[in-house]
Write a protein that binds this ligand. Sequence first.
Ligand code: GAP
Length: 537
Amino acid sequence: MEMDKLVSLCKRRGFLFQSSEIYGGLNGFWDYGPLGVELKRNIKEAWWRDMVTGHDDIEAPPGAPEAYEMCGLDCTIIMHPQVWKVSGHYDLFVDKMVDCTESKKRYRYDQVPGRWVEAKGQKVFVTTLAEANHEQEIEARALKFFNLRAKDAADLAWQGGLVSLAKIDPAEYVKALAPEAKALGTLTAPRDFNLMFKTIVGALGTEEDAAFLRPETAQGIFVNFKNVLDSSRVRVPFGIAQMGKSFRNEITPRNFTFRSREFEQMEIEFFCHPSSSLQWYQYWRDRRFRWYTDMGLSGERLQLREHHQEELSHYSRGTADIEYAFPFLPAGEYGELEGIAHRGDFDLRSHMEGKLDPNSKPELKVELGEDGKPKWKGSGKDLTYRDDITNERYTPHVIEPSAGADRATLAFLCEAYHEDQAPDDKGEMQTRVVMKLHPRIAPIKAAVFPLVKKDGMPEVAQKIYRELKKRWNVFYDEKGAVGRRYRRQDEAGTPYCITVDGQTLQDQTVTVRDRDTLKQWRVKVEEVTAELAGRLS
Ligand code: GAP
């Protein structure tokens, strides 16, 4: 599937629009249109239902060490600034960026791929920003730089494969051809760039009033751990879920909504006893992977990638990413949909004692400032847990399945896009664009049409529409040829179309059409709700 086709369908049919488009748009910000908002809401509601409200607190689900409880939170986007100092975001939530003095553009250095090439006695690192066909783009730029024609491509002596700028020693940048530059050596040395958006709280507007838009929803859960324990009867093991907006000032937002500056997360912090934390990690990793396949992502494009030991912080006993082969990525590459991390007691201890140094070994120690005192002070509140049966007191370990609602929505859209051949009103085969969305997340569950706008058909169709509307988001359409109406619903991903025709007036039956198989069958008018309920469940 070509990404351009999906992007154009999303705009044409109202799934996604560029934010503030009439003013030229704002890079890294996206709006969901009438169909997109329903799709994303359905995805978030499915997650909340499956992880929180629909979770059985009494029986252990398959693969879980024991039964556990789940509850939810909805915290503010702006929190006490100390939260981000203690969590490490203030010091460490940085990307390395480089500036180009010629183009005046700024890049995240690990997202600039390039290749070493030699010609005419000169060695150059040629880079590109192309999202696909990197190698071709780099060759075209190298030919241009060395003033060679395409037929002289053999004069280019390539040295090694594609590597990111992050792997190049900054001392060698003098030999780098930046992505949008004509001259060599225009890149500055890499610098840290904090991704948190800063804002000012209150009317004084001084630096002391600076606060941050949250870059993740997780911290709201950690700082409310004690409130949840004190106000509900949950016992460890239990999980707290939260979904909501997060903000990151990404240096290079790109790939449609994949890397945005404002996005929504769906996060769980699961608190458990240290001795069973590895089993819980394995349970959540598999449980979350299954959720995506249950919702219609195919096993072929989805993978669970366990991080290597050397990628882990030493306090973590495992991290895995659920990744999807998005069509905008080069063949064989995957983009992260969700990370599942074993975080040990890092977060709760940091909020008790002060920012811990993630590299301190073997025990995590509070990071000290130049004065020998904690660099960033914790809350000083007791966030340990006392088991009222065993009387043991300990700091629970945390397993964190952290998903992105926008990335999930994008993956479901990519997976759903299909083109096939279907007959039009005259029986001629035409290319049909159909969004094969899982019925649970489809924005519209069914469309109701009168075949023609006369002979009492609209009245019967409207009655069915009103009946169905009591339970689902359904759509009524009486305008234009019925074939065209079917096509519009195929593009919207509507699983079923119900048509009132001449026969309805004689035997009170309607046709039901299946979006994917194109099969049609007749159902009694009074049984349409039950038919749909059976198929949508
Ligand atoms: N609390 C852990 C955490 O935030 P993360 O891997 O940085 O971990 C979790 O983010 C998820 O949030 C990612 O897997 C992704 O789905 C989503 N996400 C992160 N940055 C994003 C961005 N710039 N645009 C869209 N989604 C993003």
